[in-house]
Design a binder for this molecule. Sequence first.
Ligand code: B1M
Length: 227
Amino acid sequence: MSEELDLTKLPTEEIVLQIKDDLYDGLAAEVVAAVKELLRRGLTPYEVLTGSLVAGMDVVGADFRDGILFVPEVLMAAKSMKAGMEILRPLLVETGAPQIGTLVIGTVKGDIHDIGKNLVAMMMEGAGFKVVNLGINVDAEKFIGAVKEHKPTLFGMSALLTTTMPYMGVVIKALKEAGLRDDLIVLVGGAPLNAAFAEEIEADAYCRDAAIAVETAKKLVALKRGV
Ligand code: B1M
């Protein structure tokens, strides 16, 4: 986006397109400015998140897959996405909802993708869960330590690579061996997963996106508490 561009003069649809372009080009400051402008116009944080940032990242993902973009460009795009998410974070979280349980979540060992996992963490906070975000490249030992320390109701894992998703099964097995599995609702997510995989590794549910993660978490917590 050129510096002279006055966002206040653009129609909303064009700002949305502009965010997608700026995300693609890794222009974090421009993404932040446009996110702020959309919020000023009354779009909800969730609308900005899904309609502009996540939609923009989908384009980046497709071009990465097709060999049009490479790791450095994707990293810049990811940084811009995170910068935009940071504006939305407090707004998504500030619901004043009472805490309805704790979620321990992390991206599994060998995997450094964290945008989707952080989105889930944010939305869960917004829905009233306390979230303990363990970050990326988390091994079974660290997951187990966090479960012992925080005694969560919910346990979430994210994996974006076909090579790292099997490690989720390793973690669940380790939780079982530590006698911790039965007290947890285990949710898994990430682009290469599906419900059959979640069932195979004995997770409680596969969550396709952050909104479904929140919905599923609420449903399973209510079921567990018998309400
Ligand atoms: Co990576 N990468 N990447 N990458 N990268 C993918 C995943 C890939 C599909 C790209 C492609 O080829 N099209 C491909 C994987 C192929 C495969 O395994 N079959 C891939 C590859 C190959 C790699 C490297 C190996 C590349 C290389 O080095 N040659 C390398 C691996 C590094 C590693 O992890 N060890 C690598 C590196 C990177 C970057 C560092 C450059 C960067 C990550 C930056 C970061 O995260 N901080 C990156 C990115 C950005 C991507 C893509 C383009 C975008 C991922 C993303 O952020 N999506 C991705 C392509 C794609 O997925 N289309 C790709 C947006 C995000 C909002 O969606 O993460 O799916 P997502 O999360 C969703 C849901 O999945 C769900 O909810 C989220 C929100 O709605 N969800 C959960 C996710 N986790 C959940 C947990 C839950 C519940 C729901 O728990 C309860």
